[in-house]
Design a protein around this ligand. Sequence first.
Ligand SMILES: [Zn+2]
Ligand SMILES: [Zn+2]
Length: 89
Amino acid sequence: MTTRPALPARRSDDGRTLIVVCPGCGRRHVHGRHNPTTGCTAPWRDDTPCTCPTGTGDGHRAAHCSNGAMPRGYIIVEVEHDHLESRSA
Ligand SMILES: [Zn+2]
Ligand SMILES: [Zn+2]
């Protein structure tokens, strides 16, 4: 039985995407985070950050590996920025 790994994901500065470092190919993969059911208006205005709560984008995602290393995908789990490095720019 093969289980899907759970990976910590970082929120992008605008909150619209989650970024994980893939254990299959070693690259970073970017996944959408926004969920329209939260009332967040991010998708309708280009200059509006996504304000969906932490964890909105968590769940199973297909991996974007170019080498096909993760055919079952993985589970992404958003972690708060404050517990990681401070943003660099
Ligand atoms: Zn949102
Ligand atoms: Zn990958």
